[in-house]
Design a protein. Structure first.
Length: 321
Protein backbone atom coordinates (compact mmCIF):
# COMPACT_ATOMS: atom_id res chain seq x y z
CA UNK A 1 0.00 0.00 0.00
CA UNK A 2 1.24 3.51 -0.82
CA UNK A 3 2.50 5.43 2.21
CA UNK A 4 0.19 8.14 3.54
CA UNK A 5 1.53 11.37 5.01
CA UNK A 6 -0.94 12.72 7.57
CA UNK A 7 -1.26 16.44 8.24
CA UNK A 8 -3.74 18.33 10.38
CA UNK A 9 -5.08 21.82 10.85
CA UNK A 10 -8.19 23.89 11.39
CA UNK A 11 -10.46 26.46 9.85
CA UNK A 12 -10.50 29.16 12.49
CA UNK A 13 -13.76 31.09 12.43
CA UNK A 14 -15.44 34.00 14.15
CA UNK A 15 -18.42 36.29 13.71
CA UNK A 16 -17.32 39.88 13.18
CA UNK A 17 -19.62 42.74 12.31
CA UNK A 18 -22.44 40.30 11.72
CA UNK A 19 -20.39 38.35 9.16
CA UNK A 20 -18.69 34.97 9.32
CA UNK A 21 -14.92 35.21 8.92
CA UNK A 22 -12.19 32.59 8.53
CA UNK A 23 -8.44 32.85 9.01
CA UNK A 24 -5.95 32.24 6.19
CA UNK A 25 -2.17 31.97 6.45
CA UNK A 26 0.45 32.98 3.90
CA UNK A 27 3.55 30.86 3.27
CA UNK A 28 6.32 32.97 1.70
CA UNK A 29 8.29 30.00 0.40
CA UNK A 30 5.31 28.94 -1.74
CA UNK A 31 3.66 32.38 -1.98
CA UNK A 32 0.29 30.78 -1.27
CA UNK A 33 -2.75 31.33 0.95
CA UNK A 34 -4.06 28.28 2.77
CA UNK A 35 -5.40 26.97 6.06
CA UNK A 36 -3.05 26.61 9.04
CA UNK A 37 -1.88 23.00 9.05
CA UNK A 38 1.20 20.80 9.20
CA UNK A 39 2.48 17.25 9.34
CA UNK A 40 1.92 15.01 12.32
CA UNK A 41 4.97 14.34 14.44
CA UNK A 42 5.90 10.99 15.92
CA UNK A 43 4.10 10.42 19.20
CA UNK A 44 1.15 12.73 18.57
CA UNK A 45 -2.35 11.98 17.38
CA UNK A 46 -3.89 13.78 14.44
CA UNK A 47 -5.95 16.12 16.69
CA UNK A 48 -2.79 16.83 18.74
CA UNK A 49 -1.06 17.90 15.54
CA UNK A 50 -3.96 20.15 14.56
CA UNK A 51 -3.94 22.24 17.75
CA UNK A 52 -0.15 22.44 17.75
CA UNK A 53 0.08 23.58 14.13
CA UNK A 54 -2.66 26.17 14.60
CA UNK A 55 -0.90 27.71 17.59
CA UNK A 56 2.50 27.67 15.89
CA UNK A 57 1.22 29.27 12.69
CA UNK A 58 -1.38 31.71 14.05
CA UNK A 59 -0.71 32.21 17.75
CA UNK A 60 -4.26 31.13 18.62
CA UNK A 61 -4.85 28.43 21.23
CA UNK A 62 -7.97 26.67 20.03
CA UNK A 63 -10.17 23.71 20.79
CA UNK A 64 -11.39 21.56 17.94
CA UNK A 65 -15.02 21.70 16.90
CA UNK A 66 -16.68 19.50 14.34
CA UNK A 67 -14.55 17.99 11.54
CA UNK A 68 -14.85 19.68 8.15
CA UNK A 69 -13.22 17.11 5.93
CA UNK A 70 -10.03 15.43 4.81
CA UNK A 71 -8.23 16.80 1.76
CA UNK A 72 -6.46 14.01 -0.13
CA UNK A 73 -3.90 14.41 -2.90
CA UNK A 74 -0.74 12.81 -4.26
CA UNK A 75 2.72 14.20 -3.57
CA UNK A 76 5.47 14.47 -6.17
CA UNK A 77 7.22 11.39 -4.74
CA UNK A 78 4.11 9.25 -5.23
CA UNK A 79 2.96 9.19 -1.63
CA UNK A 80 -0.54 10.27 -0.66
CA UNK A 81 -1.11 13.21 1.67
CA UNK A 82 -4.21 13.43 3.83
CA UNK A 83 -4.85 16.78 5.51
CA UNK A 84 -7.42 16.53 8.32
CA UNK A 85 -9.37 19.68 9.21
CA UNK A 86 -11.65 20.81 12.01
CA UNK A 87 -13.65 23.97 12.60
CA UNK A 88 -12.27 26.01 15.52
CA UNK A 89 -14.09 29.02 16.94
CA UNK A 90 -12.02 32.08 17.89
CA UNK A 91 -11.73 33.11 20.59
CA UNK A 92 -11.91 29.68 22.16
CA UNK A 93 -13.90 29.31 25.37
CA UNK A 94 -11.84 29.76 28.50
CA UNK A 95 -11.50 26.60 30.50
CA UNK A 96 -9.47 23.98 32.28
CA UNK A 97 -8.25 22.55 28.98
CA UNK A 98 -5.77 25.45 28.68
CA UNK A 99 -3.89 24.35 31.80
CA UNK A 100 -3.60 20.81 30.48
CA UNK A 101 -1.95 21.81 27.21
CA UNK A 102 1.67 22.72 26.66
CA UNK A 103 2.51 25.96 24.89
CA UNK A 104 4.03 25.90 21.42
CA UNK A 105 6.56 28.24 19.85
CA UNK A 106 5.57 30.45 16.95
CA UNK A 107 6.57 29.32 13.47
CA UNK A 108 9.41 31.38 11.94
CA UNK A 109 8.55 34.19 9.54
CA UNK A 110 10.18 32.19 6.76
CA UNK A 111 7.40 29.63 7.21
CA UNK A 112 4.38 31.87 7.91
CA UNK A 113 4.71 35.62 7.36
CA UNK A 114 1.07 36.76 7.33
CA UNK A 115 -2.31 35.77 8.75
CA UNK A 116 -5.52 37.38 7.56
CA UNK A 117 -9.17 37.26 8.58
CA UNK A 118 -11.42 37.25 5.51
CA UNK A 119 -15.12 37.03 4.77
CA UNK A 120 -15.90 33.31 4.70
CA UNK A 121 -18.18 33.71 1.68
CA UNK A 122 -15.29 35.20 -0.31
CA UNK A 123 -12.50 32.96 0.99
CA UNK A 124 -12.83 30.40 -1.83
CA UNK A 125 -11.47 32.95 -4.32
CA UNK A 126 -8.51 33.77 -2.07
CA UNK A 127 -7.35 30.19 -1.46
CA UNK A 128 -4.48 29.24 -3.74
CA UNK A 129 -5.39 25.57 -4.13
CA UNK A 130 -8.82 24.38 -5.30
CA UNK A 131 -8.66 21.34 -3.00
CA UNK A 132 -8.67 23.65 0.04
CA UNK A 133 -12.17 24.85 -0.82
CA UNK A 134 -13.99 21.67 0.21
CA UNK A 135 -13.41 22.17 3.98
CA UNK A 136 -14.64 25.75 3.56
CA UNK A 137 -17.83 24.57 1.88
CA UNK A 138 -18.43 22.10 4.72
CA UNK A 139 -17.93 24.87 7.27
CA UNK A 140 -20.34 27.18 5.44
CA UNK A 141 -22.97 24.44 5.22
CA UNK A 142 -22.68 23.82 8.98
CA UNK A 143 -22.95 27.55 9.69
CA UNK A 144 -26.04 27.94 7.51
CA UNK A 145 -27.67 24.98 9.30
CA UNK A 146 -26.84 26.37 12.80
CA UNK A 147 -24.62 23.34 13.41
CA UNK A 148 -21.20 25.02 13.49
CA UNK A 149 -21.01 26.24 17.09
CA UNK A 150 -20.82 22.95 18.98
CA UNK A 151 -19.57 21.55 22.26
CA UNK A 152 -17.85 18.22 22.86
CA UNK A 153 -19.23 15.23 24.70
CA UNK A 154 -16.66 12.43 24.82
CA UNK A 155 -17.14 8.79 25.80
CA UNK A 156 -13.93 6.98 26.74
CA UNK A 157 -13.16 3.32 27.19
CA UNK A 158 -10.49 3.04 29.87
CA UNK A 159 -6.85 2.47 28.94
CA UNK A 160 -5.21 -0.95 28.85
CA UNK A 161 -5.71 -2.72 32.18
CA UNK A 162 -4.12 -5.73 33.82
CA UNK A 163 -5.82 -8.94 32.67
CA UNK A 164 -8.57 -10.29 34.89
CA UNK A 165 -6.84 -13.66 35.06
CA UNK A 166 -3.63 -12.07 36.35
CA UNK A 167 -5.27 -9.85 38.98
CA UNK A 168 -5.78 -11.22 42.49
CA UNK A 169 -7.82 -8.34 43.90
CA UNK A 170 -11.35 -7.20 43.19
CA UNK A 171 -12.57 -5.94 39.84
CA UNK A 172 -12.93 -2.49 41.34
CA UNK A 173 -9.20 -2.17 42.00
CA UNK A 174 -7.80 -3.82 38.86
CA UNK A 175 -5.14 -1.34 37.66
CA UNK A 176 -3.83 -0.13 34.34
CA UNK A 177 -0.81 -1.91 32.95
CA UNK A 178 2.35 -0.12 34.14
CA UNK A 179 3.65 0.61 30.65
CA UNK A 180 1.05 0.81 27.87
CA UNK A 181 -1.91 1.66 30.10
CA UNK A 182 -0.16 4.60 31.69
CA UNK A 183 1.17 5.86 28.35
CA UNK A 184 -2.37 5.72 26.97
CA UNK A 185 -3.68 7.73 29.92
CA UNK A 186 -1.29 10.55 29.02
CA UNK A 187 -2.49 10.40 25.42
CA UNK A 188 -6.09 10.59 26.60
CA UNK A 189 -5.17 13.76 28.49
CA UNK A 190 -3.84 15.38 25.32
CA UNK A 191 -6.95 14.48 23.33
CA UNK A 192 -9.32 15.83 25.99
CA UNK A 193 -7.47 19.14 25.87
CA UNK A 194 -7.66 19.16 22.06
CA UNK A 195 -11.46 19.05 22.24
CA UNK A 196 -11.81 21.49 25.14
CA UNK A 197 -13.10 19.15 27.84
CA UNK A 198 -13.62 20.93 31.18
CA UNK A 199 -15.56 18.31 33.13
CA UNK A 200 -14.69 14.62 33.54
CA UNK A 201 -17.02 11.98 34.99
CA UNK A 202 -15.67 8.47 35.58
CA UNK A 203 -16.57 5.09 36.88
CA UNK A 204 -15.01 4.95 40.36
CA UNK A 205 -13.19 1.72 39.52
CA UNK A 206 -9.42 2.08 39.44
CA UNK A 207 -8.76 1.45 35.75
CA UNK A 208 -11.19 4.19 34.72
CA UNK A 209 -10.07 6.72 37.32
CA UNK A 210 -6.42 6.14 36.40
CA UNK A 211 -7.23 6.64 32.71
CA UNK A 212 -8.48 10.21 33.21
CA UNK A 213 -6.65 11.25 36.40
CA UNK A 214 -3.66 12.67 34.46
CA UNK A 215 -5.98 15.05 32.62
CA UNK A 216 -7.82 16.09 35.78
CA UNK A 217 -4.49 16.81 37.48
CA UNK A 218 -3.07 18.83 34.58
CA UNK A 219 -6.32 20.74 34.10
CA UNK A 220 -6.72 21.43 37.81
CA UNK A 221 -10.23 20.00 38.00
CA UNK A 222 -11.91 17.64 40.44
CA UNK A 223 -12.67 14.26 38.94
CA UNK A 224 -16.33 13.32 39.44
CA UNK A 225 -17.30 9.66 39.80
CA UNK A 226 -20.62 7.93 39.14
CA UNK A 227 -21.34 4.38 40.30
CA UNK A 228 -23.78 3.88 37.42
CA UNK A 229 -20.77 3.75 35.06
CA UNK A 230 -19.34 0.61 36.73
CA UNK A 231 -19.86 -2.84 35.25
CA UNK A 232 -21.57 -4.07 38.43
CA UNK A 233 -24.12 -1.26 38.64
CA UNK A 234 -24.78 -1.44 34.91
CA UNK A 235 -25.53 -5.15 35.09
CA UNK A 236 -28.23 -4.44 37.68
CA UNK A 237 -29.66 -1.27 36.16
CA UNK A 238 -28.47 -0.28 32.68
CA UNK A 239 -31.13 2.43 32.44
CA UNK A 240 -29.30 4.46 35.09
CA UNK A 241 -26.26 4.72 32.80
CA UNK A 242 -28.50 5.70 29.88
CA UNK A 243 -30.14 8.39 32.02
CA UNK A 244 -26.73 9.83 32.94
CA UNK A 245 -25.74 9.93 29.28
CA UNK A 246 -28.97 11.75 28.45
CA UNK A 247 -28.39 14.33 31.21
CA UNK A 248 -24.84 15.00 30.07
CA UNK A 249 -26.09 15.65 26.54
CA UNK A 250 -28.93 17.90 27.63
CA UNK A 251 -27.46 19.93 30.49
CA UNK A 252 -25.39 23.07 30.17
CA UNK A 253 -22.93 24.29 27.58
CA UNK A 254 -19.77 22.69 28.95
CA UNK A 255 -17.68 20.06 27.20
CA UNK A 256 -17.77 16.81 29.16
CA UNK A 257 -16.06 13.41 29.07
CA UNK A 258 -17.32 10.12 30.52
CA UNK A 259 -14.93 7.22 31.19
CA UNK A 260 -16.39 3.76 31.53
CA UNK A 261 -16.09 0.02 30.77
CA UNK A 262 -16.75 -2.09 27.69
CA UNK A 263 -20.08 -3.62 28.89
CA UNK A 264 -21.51 -0.16 29.62
CA UNK A 265 -20.66 1.21 26.17
CA UNK A 266 -23.51 -0.63 24.45
CA UNK A 267 -26.06 1.21 26.59
CA UNK A 268 -24.41 4.60 26.17
CA UNK A 269 -24.15 4.23 22.40
CA UNK A 270 -27.83 3.23 22.16
CA UNK A 271 -28.78 6.40 24.05
CA UNK A 272 -26.56 8.55 21.86
CA UNK A 273 -28.15 7.19 18.70
CA UNK A 274 -31.48 8.59 19.91
CA UNK A 275 -29.99 12.08 19.55
CA UNK A 276 -28.19 11.57 16.24
CA UNK A 277 -29.57 12.03 12.71
CA UNK A 278 -29.80 8.96 10.50
CA UNK A 279 -26.91 10.18 8.33
CA UNK A 280 -24.55 9.63 11.28
CA UNK A 281 -25.76 6.21 12.37
CA UNK A 282 -23.02 4.37 10.49
CA UNK A 283 -20.36 6.43 12.30
CA UNK A 284 -21.22 4.90 15.67
CA UNK A 285 -19.74 1.61 16.88
CA UNK A 286 -22.30 -1.17 16.49
CA UNK A 287 -20.67 -4.28 17.93
CA UNK A 288 -18.62 -5.54 20.84
CA UNK A 289 -16.10 -4.29 22.01
CA UNK A 290 -17.64 -0.96 20.87
CA UNK A 291 -14.40 0.94 21.50
CA UNK A 292 -10.80 -0.23 21.79
CA UNK A 293 -8.76 0.44 24.93
CA UNK A 294 -8.21 4.20 25.36
CA UNK A 295 -10.42 4.98 22.38
CA UNK A 296 -12.63 8.06 22.56
CA UNK A 297 -15.97 8.57 20.87
CA UNK A 298 -16.10 12.34 20.29
CA UNK A 299 -19.55 13.83 19.79
CA UNK A 300 -20.08 17.38 18.58
CA UNK A 301 -23.35 18.56 20.11
CA UNK A 302 -25.41 21.54 18.93
CA UNK A 303 -28.62 23.13 20.25
CA UNK A 304 -31.85 22.05 18.55
CA UNK A 305 -35.13 23.96 18.76
CA UNK A 306 -37.38 20.89 18.96
CA UNK A 307 -35.17 18.22 20.53
CA UNK A 308 -33.10 20.39 22.84
CA UNK A 309 -29.81 19.09 21.49
CA UNK A 310 -28.67 17.13 18.48
CA UNK A 311 -25.43 15.36 17.69
CA UNK A 312 -24.09 17.30 14.72
CA UNK A 313 -21.07 15.08 14.07
CA UNK A 314 -19.15 12.17 15.54
CA UNK A 315 -15.59 10.88 15.30
CA UNK A 316 -13.30 8.38 17.05
CA UNK A 317 -9.72 8.84 18.21
CA UNK A 318 -7.03 6.95 20.10
CA UNK A 319 -3.84 8.29 21.64
CA UNK A 320 -0.64 7.93 19.68
CA UNK A 321 1.57 5.39 21.45
Amino acid sequence: MTDVVHAAGALLWREHGGKLQVLLVHRPSYDDWAWPKGKCKNGESIPDAAVREVEEETGYRVTLGRPVGIVRYRLADGRHKWSHYWAAKVPAEEGAWRKAREKFKAAPKTEIDQIQWVNARKAAKLLTYPHDREPLFQLLDAYDDDRLDTRCVAVIRHARAKKRSAHKGSEADRPLTPKLGKVESQGIAALLSDFGVNTVISSPWERCVASVAPYAKKAGIKLATEDVLTEKAHEKNPQAAADLMCRVLAEGHDSVALCTHRPVLKTLVAELLEHAPNRLSDEFPRQDPWLRFAEILVLHVAPHRKRGVIIADVERHRPAT
